[in-house]
Every structure is written in C-alpha cells, then in structure tokens.
Design a protein around this ligand. Structure first.
Ligand SMILES: C[S@@+](CC[C@H](N)C(=O)[O-])C[C@H]1O[C@@H](n2cnc3c(N)ncnc32)[C@H](O)[C@@H]1O
Length: 339
C-alpha cells in the first residue's frame, strides 16, 4: 500500500520521517523520492539493516539506519532527531508483520512450505526471548490452544495443541516442516485453499515476536515523537492488529463516545492528540492484490498529530490482557496478561 501510505504521510521538503519497519526499504525509498526528506529507518531484523548499508551510502546522509524495535522508538529516535537538530518527526510509517524476504528464507524458520529450524524470531539472537520451538516444546496445552485460537483464529486450536503435546513427548520439535505436518494431520479434512498450518504458524510468529505488544508501544511512542501536523500511517494484516490501531486512534481522536452526555467536557477525557485522516481503514486496490496476493488483508489507518499534549501512557488501553495469552513478553507482562 505504498501509494496510499505516501498520500497519507504527504512527505514535504525538509521533513524527517521514521520508517519503523524498514524491511527491504520500499517505503523508505518512496519517502526519499517524493520530496527532499530525511528518513530514520528502523528494523528489529539485523539482516534488514545490514542489507541496507549500500542504500544508506547512496542517499548520502538522508537515511539513518537504526537496529531495534519500533516499540522502543520513544528511546531510539530522539537521539537521532537531536543529532539532526530537530525535536520531533514529521511522519511515522509502520508496515506490520514479516517481510517477503523473511518468509522466503527457510533458515529463518517462518515458513511451513520451506523446511528450516523452528525459530520465527525476527531478531533471533538479539535477546533471550523464546523461539517458536521453545513455545511448542514447553508450553502447557491450554496455553498453546489459547495462542492458536486468539492469534491464529484456528477453530481446531485444542485438537492441534493436543497433537503437538502428544508428539513432543516422543521427540521435541526442531523443524518447521515437521510441525507443519503434525498440524496438518491434526486438522485433517479436505484440501483447503490455504495450507492447514497457516493459522498456527501465524499465531506462533505473532506470539514469539510480541507483535501486539510492540504495536501498542509503537503507537504510544508515535504520539510522543510526532510534531503538530505530523502524520502517522499504519498498515496491518491481521484483525487483532487493526483493532489495536483502531482503538488507539479512536481514543486519541476523541471518536470514543462520551460515557454520558450529561458529563462535563473535562470528564469526557483529554483533548484529542490525533485527527483521523479518514474514518474507515483503507484497503488495497484490486490491481495491488493481483500483483501481490499477500496484500489482500492489508488495512491502512492514518491520522495527523494535533497540538494537544500526549495522553497518559496506558498499555491496558490496547486490550491485550483480555486476550488471555500466556505471559512471556514485556508488553503482555506489563499489562498483567494471564499467567
Ligand atoms: C512487512 S515488512 C516491511 C516492508 C517494508 N515496508 C518495505 O517496503 O520493504 C516488515 C518489516 O518490519 C520489521 N519489523 C516487524 N516488527 C518490528 C518491530 N516491532 N520493530 C522493528 N521492526 C519490525 C520486520 O523485521 C520486517 O523487516
């Protein structure tokens, strides 16, 4: 959704933009080519940052690369802005999920089609967070089922969790193809349009990378980093992600209904810190979907920062605790997710 994201960001000469999900640099290239801008490109995958060194050199100081998570933008970005002599950013783009490059490399362990080590961490090796293998080999069946049900919308979540637990008693999982086979057998049934392990793999990936917690922290960081009039554009691919973005922007733009029309303004909440650019999420055009079928579930939400002070940082607003996911990552722990 590059064209739509660029239309939302409306890059201007002299502007400084944060691409929080640098990937292959497609969005960054678009921002750098549409005006005389500078970009701070962030990615948690060290390979994405390493691959971008030539691109940064070619742009001669207009592209600064940062290795890290966009959930930590509030800490990572101010020193870079400071070195550029500005206090705030003019735009922030987030294109959530994994890149085609990550999916297509068997050794990254994201794919059920290509056999590889069962890992799925975008920043494998950067910390001591559990890999997908750690999760499937050690979690309680009820926790596995909750992950598959909530993050994968897998209707047979319990049956899949039980099959995994039965199999791991004989031999722990180490490879993606092995897990994909066990999941496919547990689900059974007629051949489907998508691989039967798609939903379980998606759920594990979102879980091990704490993608929903990252998103909630990233949105709050964006509120802090944007200048008045600065734009935020978020592309999501999963209904839960879209719900987190929608809830955040609704709360921050004053679109959440006043609990009572009898309450005075002051009780209704703080002044809106964002103005929605459109009420509904934008979806990709048919032409884009036929060019890139992975874009079919994309949704773009965009908003403009107002002059109002940022609202209080409150992770519970994202509604993640209600998902009942097992505790693991900072975001879920901070919010007191189910133990
Ligand atoms: C869908 S791709 C982005 C593609 C990019 N817009 C492009 O045009 O090439 C998502 C990228 O964001 C990175 N990513 C995902 N979650 C992240 C996070 N929380 N912090 C930083 N990078 C993240 C992934 O490693 C991946 O490279």
């Amino acid at each position: 959704m590059l064209d739509e994201v660029l239309a939302a960001l409306a890059p201007r000469d002299g502007g400084i933009y944060v691409d929080g999900t640098f990937g292959n640099g497609g969005y960054t290239n678009g921002i750098l080519s549409s005006a005389d801008t500078r970009v701070i490109g962030i990615d948690r995958d060290p390979t994405a940052i390493a691959n971008a060194q030539d691109m940064a050199a070619a742009h001669q100081g207009r592209l600064t690369l940062v290795s890290g998570c966009f959930g930590d933008m509030a800490v990572l970005v101010p020193p870079v802005l400071g070195s550029m002599g500005v206090p705030a950013a003019d735009g922030i783009a987030l294109d959530l999920g994994v890149s085609s490059m990550q999916l297509d490399q068997a050794e990254r362990g994201f794919s059920f089609r290509l056999d590889g080590p069962l890992d799925m961490r975008m920043d494998a090796g950067a910390g001591d967070t559990p890999s997908a293998a750690d999760v499937v080999n050690t979690y309680e069946p009820k926790d596995l089922a909750q992950i598959f049900k909530v993050l994968g919308e897998e209707r047979q979540a319990r049956r899949v969790a039980q099959a995994i637990v039965r199999r791991r008693e004989d031999e722990p999982f180490t490879r993606t193809a092995d897990l994909a086979d066990v999941v496919a057998q547990a689900i059974g049934g007629k051949p489907q349009r998508i691989h039967p392990a798609t939903r379980v793999f998606q759920a594990l990936r979102i879980y091990v990378n704490d993608e929903l917690g990252e998103l909630a922290r990233g949105l709050m960081a964006a509120e802090k980093l944007l200048v008045e009039g600065g734009r935020l554009a978020v592309v999501s691919f999963h209904s839960l992600e879209d719900r987190v973005v929608k809830r955040f922007l609704a709360a921050r733009s004053g679109a959440v209904a006043n609990p009572s029309r009898h309450l005075p303004e002051a009780v209704a909440g703080p002044e809106p810190s964002f103005r929605l650019l459109s009420r509904k999420a934008q979806e990709p055009t048919d032409a884009e979907i036929s060019r890139n079928p992975r874009a079919r579930s994309a949704k773009l939400r965009a908003a403009e920062r107002t002059s109002a002070p940022m609202h209080e940082v409150d992770m519970s607003e994202a509604g993640l605790a209600a998902l009942g996911l097992p505790r693991m990552m900072a975001g879920l722990v901070a919010e007191g997710g189910a133990a």
